[in-house]
Design a protein around this ligand. Sequence first.
Ligand code: DGI
Ligand code: FE
Ligand code: FE
Length: 204
Amino acid sequence: MTETITYSHHYIPLTRDELVARLREALKDKRFNHVLRVEQTAIKLAKVNGVDIEKASIAGLCHDYAKQRPDQDFIDEIHRRGLDPELLNYGNAIWHGVVGAELIKDELGIWDEDILNAVRHHTTGAATMSPLEQVIYMADYIEPARDFPGVEKAREITAKDLGAGVAYQTKQTLEYLVERNSPVYTKTLETYNAWVPAYQKEID
Ligand code: DGI
Ligand code: FE
Ligand code: FE
């Protein structure tokens, strides 16, 4: 069942319907449907982990808001805002969250730092993540249409322990990147060091 949250805390100057309309404009159908599923998964994880469901809805819907921007938009924003120049060595995979958070602040009027951090860190994680950030990081990884080796185990671990889910995803993603000889963003390594050794028992 789809849960429609009524926004009442002014984390965003839009109703949920208005926000959904903005996302429908910003995203292709496939990506739009993904963010709706991430929202629903995030609400469920929020409920069992004592996280604000309104923030979970907003962050879930917005997490990929910038995913379909052209590379040049991100490059311009990185220069204009003086963001970490290391970002220029990466691409859309890293930019749409880290730079995307700045765009949702400006374009959607979201100021809540917890929501912005959940968007900022949804791809790479971070050494320190609030419960909302963990919820969005995991909801993106285990939403019902995700189908890759290990996703069922990720769902089981996350249902038992949200932090263990974070550790499991982080390890899987790092293995995936190394397997493909891909560059690993520094924050992804920091996430690994902060979470994986701490949850050794839970993720094996
Ligand atoms: O935007 P989504 O597809 O819903 O999911 P996402 O934002 O978690 O993006 C996942 C992609 O990001 C996936 O292809 C792996 C990639 N990724 C995650 N961490 C890193 C990374 N790519 C590089 N190059 N370096 C990283 O540290
Ligand atoms: Fe994403
Ligand atoms: Fe996503």
